[in-house]
Design a protein around this ligand. Sequence first.
Ligand SMILES: [Zn+2]
Length: 386
Amino acid sequence: MMATTLTGLRIWNGEGFCDADAIRIEGPQITAVGDAGDLAADAKVINYSGATAIPGLIDAHVHMVLDPEKRNPPDRDDVPDMVAMRRRARDMIHAGITTARDLGGGHWLELALRDDIAKESIEGPRLLCAGQPVTSSGGHCHFWGGEANSIDDINAVIDRQLEHQVDLIKVMATGGRMTSGSQPLEPQFSIPQLNQIVARAEQAGLGVAAHCHGTAGINAAATAGVTTIEHCSWVGKDGWASDYREDVAELIAEGHIAISPTVNAGWKRMLGNATGERISRALRDMIALDIGIIASTDAGIPGVFHHDLPRALDVFQQLTATSNAFTLATATSRSADVLGLGEVTGRIATGLSADLLIVDGNPLTDLKNLCRPVGVWVRGQPLDSL
Ligand SMILES: [Zn+2]
Protein backbone atom coordinates (compact mmCIF):
# COMPACT_ATOMS: atom_id res chain seq x y z
CA MET A 1 0.00 0.00 0.00
CA MET A 2 1.39 3.39 -1.08
CA ALA A 3 1.77 5.94 1.72
CA THR A 4 0.74 9.56 1.18
CA THR A 5 2.50 12.47 2.87
CA LEU A 6 0.79 15.85 3.11
CA THR A 7 3.36 18.64 3.38
CA GLY A 8 3.64 22.40 3.78
CA LEU A 9 1.05 22.42 6.54
CA ARG A 10 0.42 24.34 9.69
CA ILE A 11 -0.99 21.55 11.93
CA TRP A 12 -3.44 22.13 14.79
CA ASN A 13 -3.91 18.68 16.28
CA GLY A 14 -7.17 19.21 18.20
CA GLU A 15 -5.49 20.73 21.25
CA GLY A 16 -2.70 22.93 19.96
CA PHE A 17 -0.23 23.60 17.17
CA CYS A 18 2.35 20.87 16.46
CA ASP A 19 6.02 21.43 15.83
CA ALA A 20 5.57 19.66 12.50
CA ASP A 21 4.67 20.41 8.88
CA ALA A 22 3.71 17.02 7.49
CA ILE A 23 1.22 14.19 8.03
CA ARG A 24 1.84 10.67 6.72
CA ILE A 25 -1.21 8.55 5.88
CA GLU A 26 -1.24 4.80 5.20
CA GLY A 27 -4.56 3.13 4.51
CA PRO A 28 -7.20 4.71 6.73
CA GLN A 29 -4.73 5.88 9.38
CA ILE A 30 -2.32 8.62 10.27
CA THR A 31 1.03 6.84 10.69
CA ALA A 32 3.22 9.86 11.51
CA VAL A 33 3.13 13.59 12.21
CA GLY A 34 6.49 15.31 11.80
CA ASP A 35 8.94 16.97 9.40
CA ALA A 36 8.33 16.67 5.68
CA GLY A 37 12.01 15.72 5.23
CA ASP A 38 11.52 12.63 7.38
CA LEU A 39 8.03 11.61 6.26
CA ALA A 40 8.21 11.98 2.47
CA ALA A 41 10.33 8.89 1.75
CA ASP A 42 8.54 6.23 -0.33
CA ALA A 43 5.34 8.25 -0.32
CA LYS A 44 3.17 10.17 -2.74
CA VAL A 45 3.67 13.80 -1.67
CA ILE A 46 0.87 16.38 -1.76
CA ASN A 47 1.89 19.94 -0.96
CA TYR A 48 -0.64 22.14 0.84
CA SER A 49 1.64 25.10 1.32
CA GLY A 50 -0.03 27.99 3.21
CA ALA A 51 -2.87 25.84 4.52
CA THR A 52 -3.78 24.61 8.01
CA ALA A 53 -4.78 21.04 8.86
CA ILE A 54 -7.18 20.43 11.72
CA PRO A 55 -8.98 17.21 12.70
CA GLY A 56 -12.15 16.51 10.70
CA LEU A 57 -15.10 18.19 12.44
CA ILE A 58 -17.71 16.41 14.58
CA ASP A 59 -21.36 17.51 14.73
CA ALA A 60 -22.79 15.88 17.87
CA HIS A 61 -26.47 16.39 17.03
CA VAL A 62 -27.92 15.86 13.56
CA HIS A 63 -30.96 14.16 12.00
CA MET A 64 -30.04 12.62 8.66
CA VAL A 65 -33.71 11.87 7.89
CA LEU A 66 -34.94 15.43 8.28
CA ASP A 67 -35.16 17.80 5.33
CA PRO A 68 -34.22 21.33 6.48
CA GLU A 69 -36.30 22.77 3.62
CA LYS A 70 -39.50 21.38 5.17
CA ARG A 71 -41.31 23.50 7.74
CA ASN A 72 -43.50 20.77 9.22
CA PRO A 73 -42.40 17.67 11.13
CA PRO A 74 -42.79 14.35 9.29
CA ASP A 75 -45.87 12.11 9.63
CA ARG A 76 -45.49 8.68 11.16
CA ASP A 77 -45.91 7.04 7.75
CA ASP A 78 -43.44 9.25 5.87
CA VAL A 79 -40.59 7.06 4.69
CA PRO A 80 -37.40 9.13 4.52
CA ASP A 81 -35.80 9.72 1.15
CA MET A 82 -32.57 7.69 1.08
CA VAL A 83 -31.26 9.58 -1.96
CA ALA A 84 -31.60 12.87 -0.07
CA MET A 85 -29.96 11.35 3.00
CA ARG A 86 -26.95 10.29 0.91
CA ARG A 87 -26.74 13.78 -0.57
CA ARG A 88 -26.72 15.29 2.94
CA ALA A 89 -23.97 12.87 3.98
CA ARG A 90 -21.88 13.89 0.97
CA ASP A 91 -22.46 17.61 1.64
CA MET A 92 -21.23 17.11 5.22
CA ILE A 93 -17.86 15.65 4.27
CA HIS A 94 -17.37 18.32 1.63
CA ALA A 95 -17.66 20.83 4.50
CA GLY A 96 -15.09 18.88 6.53
CA ILE A 97 -17.57 17.14 8.88
CA THR A 98 -16.13 13.63 9.09
CA THR A 99 -18.12 12.35 12.10
CA ALA A 100 -21.67 13.02 13.31
CA ARG A 101 -24.04 11.72 15.93
CA ASP A 102 -27.60 11.16 14.67
CA LEU A 103 -30.12 11.72 17.44
CA GLY A 104 -33.33 10.43 15.97
CA GLY A 105 -35.32 8.97 13.13
CA GLY A 106 -38.25 6.60 12.87
CA HIS A 107 -37.32 3.87 10.42
CA TRP A 108 -33.64 3.20 11.26
CA LEU A 109 -32.68 4.27 7.73
CA GLU A 110 -29.92 6.46 9.18
CA LEU A 111 -28.43 3.24 10.57
CA ALA A 112 -28.48 1.72 7.07
CA LEU A 113 -26.74 4.89 5.88
CA ARG A 114 -24.20 4.52 8.72
CA ASP A 115 -23.43 0.96 7.65
CA ASP A 116 -23.14 1.85 3.94
CA ILE A 117 -20.70 4.65 4.81
CA ALA A 118 -18.67 2.30 7.03
CA LYS A 119 -18.47 -0.20 4.15
CA GLU A 120 -17.31 2.71 1.97
CA SER A 121 -20.04 1.98 -0.53
CA ILE A 122 -21.08 5.64 -0.27
CA GLU A 123 -19.48 8.92 0.79
CA GLY A 124 -20.24 10.35 4.19
CA PRO A 125 -19.18 10.98 7.76
CA ARG A 126 -18.76 8.25 10.36
CA LEU A 127 -22.18 8.11 12.07
CA LEU A 128 -23.27 7.19 15.56
CA CYS A 129 -27.03 6.63 15.63
CA ALA A 130 -29.72 6.58 18.32
CA GLY A 131 -32.70 5.31 16.27
CA GLN A 132 -36.14 6.08 17.74
CA PRO A 133 -35.97 8.50 20.69
CA VAL A 134 -37.81 7.39 23.84
CA THR A 135 -40.65 9.87 24.31
CA SER A 136 -43.95 10.08 26.17
CA SER A 137 -47.27 9.28 24.53
CA GLY A 138 -48.00 12.14 22.12
CA GLY A 139 -44.73 13.70 23.27
CA HIS A 140 -41.87 15.37 21.42
CA CYS A 141 -41.18 13.53 18.12
CA HIS A 142 -43.72 10.78 18.95
CA PHE A 143 -44.11 10.36 15.17
CA TRP A 144 -40.79 8.47 15.20
CA GLY A 145 -42.47 5.63 17.09
CA GLY A 146 -40.68 5.62 20.45
CA GLU A 147 -43.62 6.35 22.76
CA ALA A 148 -43.41 4.92 26.29
CA ASN A 149 -45.43 5.60 29.45
CA SER A 150 -44.51 2.78 31.83
CA ILE A 151 -41.22 1.13 32.77
CA ASP A 152 -42.27 -1.86 30.63
CA ASP A 153 -42.84 0.44 27.63
CA ILE A 154 -39.45 2.07 28.21
CA ASN A 155 -37.72 -1.32 28.24
CA ALA A 156 -39.55 -2.35 25.07
CA VAL A 157 -38.60 0.84 23.18
CA ILE A 158 -34.94 0.55 24.24
CA ASP A 159 -34.79 -3.17 23.38
CA ARG A 160 -36.20 -2.42 19.92
CA GLN A 161 -33.36 0.08 19.36
CA LEU A 162 -30.79 -2.45 20.58
CA GLU A 163 -32.11 -5.00 18.06
CA HIS A 164 -31.38 -2.45 15.36
CA GLN A 165 -27.84 -2.00 16.73
CA VAL A 166 -27.96 1.62 17.77
CA ASP A 167 -24.84 3.30 19.16
CA LEU A 168 -26.63 5.16 21.97
CA ILE A 169 -30.09 5.86 23.37
CA LYS A 170 -31.89 9.18 22.97
CA VAL A 171 -34.60 10.32 25.35
CA MET A 172 -36.87 13.32 25.07
CA ALA A 173 -36.72 14.44 28.71
CA THR A 174 -38.86 17.52 27.97
CA GLY A 175 -41.22 18.61 25.24
CA GLY A 176 -39.96 20.40 22.16
CA ARG A 177 -40.88 23.09 19.71
CA MET A 178 -41.13 20.86 16.64
CA THR A 179 -44.10 18.83 17.98
CA SER A 180 -47.41 20.62 18.45
CA GLY A 181 -49.00 19.77 21.79
CA SER A 182 -45.66 19.12 23.50
CA GLN A 183 -44.34 21.77 25.91
CA PRO A 184 -40.62 22.62 25.94
CA LEU A 185 -40.98 23.78 29.54
CA GLU A 186 -42.41 20.49 30.85
CA PRO A 187 -40.63 17.25 31.77
CA GLN A 188 -41.86 14.12 29.96
CA PHE A 189 -40.42 11.55 32.39
CA SER A 190 -39.93 11.16 36.14
CA ILE A 191 -36.49 10.68 37.67
CA PRO A 192 -37.18 6.93 38.32
CA GLN A 193 -38.13 6.53 34.64
CA LEU A 194 -34.97 8.32 33.52
CA ASN A 195 -32.94 6.17 35.92
CA GLN A 196 -34.36 3.10 34.21
CA ILE A 197 -33.47 4.46 30.76
CA VAL A 198 -29.88 5.13 31.84
CA ALA A 199 -29.61 1.69 33.54
CA ARG A 200 -31.04 -0.20 30.55
CA ALA A 201 -28.68 1.61 28.16
CA GLU A 202 -25.72 1.04 30.49
CA GLN A 203 -26.44 -2.72 30.59
CA ALA A 204 -25.95 -2.69 26.82
CA GLY A 205 -22.79 -0.59 27.16
CA LEU A 206 -24.43 2.51 25.69
CA GLY A 207 -24.73 6.12 26.75
CA VAL A 208 -27.84 8.30 26.81
CA ALA A 209 -28.41 11.65 25.13
CA ALA A 210 -31.26 13.60 26.75
CA HIS A 211 -33.17 16.33 24.92
CA CYS A 212 -33.86 19.00 27.57
CA HIS A 213 -35.32 22.50 27.21
CA GLY A 214 -36.97 23.26 30.58
CA THR A 215 -34.99 23.38 33.82
CA ALA A 216 -37.01 20.65 35.58
CA GLY A 217 -36.13 18.24 32.78
CA ILE A 218 -32.46 19.30 32.84
CA ASN A 219 -32.41 18.64 36.58
CA ALA A 220 -34.04 15.22 36.15
CA ALA A 221 -31.63 14.19 33.38
CA ALA A 222 -28.62 15.36 35.38
CA THR A 223 -29.86 13.48 38.46
CA ALA A 224 -30.31 10.30 36.41
CA GLY A 225 -26.75 10.61 35.09
CA VAL A 226 -27.24 10.80 31.32
CA THR A 227 -24.14 11.14 29.12
CA THR A 228 -25.04 14.35 27.30
CA ILE A 229 -27.73 17.00 27.69
CA GLU A 230 -28.94 18.26 24.32
CA HIS A 231 -29.94 21.93 23.94
CA CYS A 232 -29.86 22.58 27.73
CA SER A 233 -31.98 25.65 27.05
CA TRP A 234 -32.95 26.55 30.65
CA VAL A 235 -36.40 27.54 29.38
CA GLY A 236 -38.52 29.27 31.98
CA LYS A 237 -41.75 31.20 31.99
CA ASP A 238 -39.96 34.21 30.55
CA GLY A 239 -38.48 32.31 27.63
CA TRP A 240 -35.24 30.71 26.53
CA ALA A 241 -32.46 30.72 29.15
CA SER A 242 -34.64 32.61 31.64
CA ASP A 243 -34.42 29.86 34.29
CA TYR A 244 -30.68 29.13 34.62
CA ARG A 245 -29.97 27.47 37.97
CA GLU A 246 -26.43 27.37 39.31
CA ASP A 247 -27.21 24.36 41.59
CA VAL A 248 -28.42 22.32 38.62
CA ALA A 249 -25.37 23.38 36.60
CA GLU A 250 -23.18 22.17 39.48
CA LEU A 251 -24.97 18.82 39.36
CA ILE A 252 -24.12 18.60 35.65
CA ALA A 253 -20.48 19.45 36.39
CA GLU A 254 -20.21 16.91 39.23
CA GLY A 255 -21.73 14.19 37.04
CA HIS A 256 -19.24 14.92 34.23
CA ILE A 257 -22.19 15.30 31.89
CA ALA A 258 -21.45 17.14 28.66
CA ILE A 259 -23.67 19.80 27.10
CA SER A 260 -24.49 19.80 23.39
CA PRO A 261 -26.03 23.27 22.97
CA THR A 262 -27.17 22.95 19.31
CA VAL A 263 -25.99 26.42 18.31
CA ASN A 264 -26.69 26.70 14.59
CA ALA A 265 -25.50 29.36 12.14
CA GLY A 266 -28.94 31.03 12.26
CA TRP A 267 -28.31 31.99 15.91
CA LYS A 268 -26.34 34.87 14.46
CA ARG A 269 -29.64 36.78 14.61
CA MET A 270 -29.58 36.47 18.44
CA LEU A 271 -26.10 37.94 18.92
CA GLY A 272 -26.67 41.07 20.99
CA ASN A 273 -30.42 40.67 21.59
CA ALA A 274 -31.94 39.92 25.01
CA THR A 275 -32.41 36.16 24.41
CA GLY A 276 -28.90 35.89 23.00
CA GLU A 277 -27.53 37.69 26.06
CA ARG A 278 -29.26 35.22 28.41
CA ILE A 279 -28.08 32.19 26.42
CA SER A 280 -24.57 33.64 26.34
CA ARG A 281 -24.54 34.12 30.12
CA ALA A 282 -25.76 30.56 30.76
CA LEU A 283 -23.16 29.07 28.40
CA ARG A 284 -20.35 31.15 29.89
CA ASP A 285 -21.39 30.15 33.43
CA MET A 286 -21.38 26.48 32.46
CA ILE A 287 -17.97 26.82 30.80
CA ALA A 288 -16.67 28.51 33.98
CA LEU A 289 -17.84 25.42 35.93
CA ASP A 290 -15.69 23.36 33.55
CA ILE A 291 -18.70 21.56 32.04
CA GLY A 292 -17.69 19.93 28.76
CA ILE A 293 -19.31 21.57 25.75
CA ILE A 294 -19.54 19.69 22.45
CA ALA A 295 -20.42 21.35 19.15
CA SER A 296 -23.78 20.48 17.63
CA THR A 297 -26.33 22.07 15.31
CA ASP A 298 -29.50 19.88 15.30
CA ALA A 299 -29.08 19.78 11.51
CA GLY A 300 -32.26 18.77 9.73
CA ILE A 301 -34.65 21.00 11.67
CA PRO A 302 -36.16 23.78 9.53
CA GLY A 303 -33.47 25.99 8.01
CA VAL A 304 -30.52 24.16 9.60
CA PHE A 305 -28.48 22.48 6.88
CA HIS A 306 -26.35 19.40 7.47
CA HIS A 307 -23.15 20.99 6.15
CA ASP A 308 -23.34 24.19 8.21
CA LEU A 309 -21.34 23.34 11.35
CA PRO A 310 -18.31 25.42 10.21
CA ARG A 311 -20.48 28.57 10.10
CA ALA A 312 -22.15 27.64 13.39
CA LEU A 313 -18.77 27.46 15.14
CA ASP A 314 -18.12 31.11 14.37
CA VAL A 315 -21.47 32.01 15.97
CA PHE A 316 -20.73 29.80 19.02
CA GLN A 317 -17.41 31.59 19.48
CA GLN A 318 -19.06 35.01 19.37
CA LEU A 319 -21.86 33.90 21.69
CA THR A 320 -19.49 32.50 24.33
CA ALA A 321 -16.54 34.88 23.88
CA THR A 322 -14.23 31.85 24.09
CA SER A 323 -11.01 31.45 22.12
CA ASN A 324 -11.00 29.97 18.63
CA ALA A 325 -8.97 27.06 20.03
CA PHE A 326 -11.65 26.34 22.67
CA THR A 327 -14.35 26.49 19.99
CA LEU A 328 -12.47 24.16 17.64
CA ALA A 329 -11.85 21.67 20.47
CA THR A 330 -15.64 21.44 21.04
CA ALA A 331 -15.92 20.14 17.47
CA THR A 332 -12.83 17.90 17.52
CA SER A 333 -10.87 16.50 20.50
CA ARG A 334 -13.38 17.23 23.27
CA SER A 335 -16.32 15.93 21.26
CA ALA A 336 -14.48 12.73 20.34
CA ASP A 337 -13.70 12.10 24.02
CA VAL A 338 -17.33 12.65 25.08
CA LEU A 339 -18.69 10.45 22.26
CA GLY A 340 -16.30 7.62 23.15
CA LEU A 341 -14.30 8.12 19.95
CA GLY A 342 -11.11 9.52 21.48
CA GLU A 343 -9.11 6.49 20.32
CA VAL A 344 -10.55 6.76 16.81
CA THR A 345 -10.77 10.38 15.66
CA GLY A 346 -10.88 14.00 16.86
CA ARG A 347 -7.11 14.56 16.88
CA ILE A 348 -4.29 14.56 14.37
CA ALA A 349 -2.11 11.88 15.94
CA THR A 350 -0.36 8.67 14.97
CA GLY A 351 -2.71 5.70 15.03
CA LEU A 352 -5.93 7.68 14.66
CA SER A 353 -8.17 7.76 11.62
CA ALA A 354 -6.92 10.13 8.92
CA ASP A 355 -9.91 12.48 9.17
CA LEU A 356 -8.65 15.91 8.20
CA LEU A 357 -10.03 19.30 7.26
CA ILE A 358 -7.43 21.38 5.45
CA VAL A 359 -8.30 25.04 5.02
CA ASP A 360 -6.76 28.05 3.35
CA GLY A 361 -5.27 30.37 5.99
CA ASN A 362 -5.42 29.91 9.73
CA PRO A 363 -8.74 29.17 11.49
CA LEU A 364 -7.12 29.82 14.88
CA THR A 365 -6.92 33.50 13.94
CA ASP A 366 -10.21 33.60 12.00
CA LEU A 367 -12.86 30.87 12.22
CA LYS A 368 -14.33 32.06 8.92
CA ASN A 369 -11.39 30.26 7.30
CA LEU A 370 -13.19 27.00 8.18
CA CYS A 371 -15.42 27.77 5.22
CA ARG A 372 -12.43 27.78 2.85
CA PRO A 373 -11.54 24.07 2.61
CA VAL A 374 -8.76 23.13 0.21
CA GLY A 375 -8.80 19.46 1.10
CA VAL A 376 -10.77 16.97 3.17
CA TRP A 377 -9.51 13.49 4.05
CA VAL A 378 -12.03 10.93 5.28
CA ARG A 379 -10.64 7.75 6.85
CA GLY A 380 -7.47 8.09 4.78
CA GLN A 381 -9.02 9.00 1.47
CA PRO A 382 -9.13 12.43 -0.18
CA LEU A 383 -12.57 13.60 -1.25
CA ASP A 384 -11.85 13.51 -4.96
CA SER A 385 -10.99 9.81 -4.86
CA LEU A 386 -13.90 8.76 -2.67
ZN1 LIG B 1 -32.67 17.06 17.51
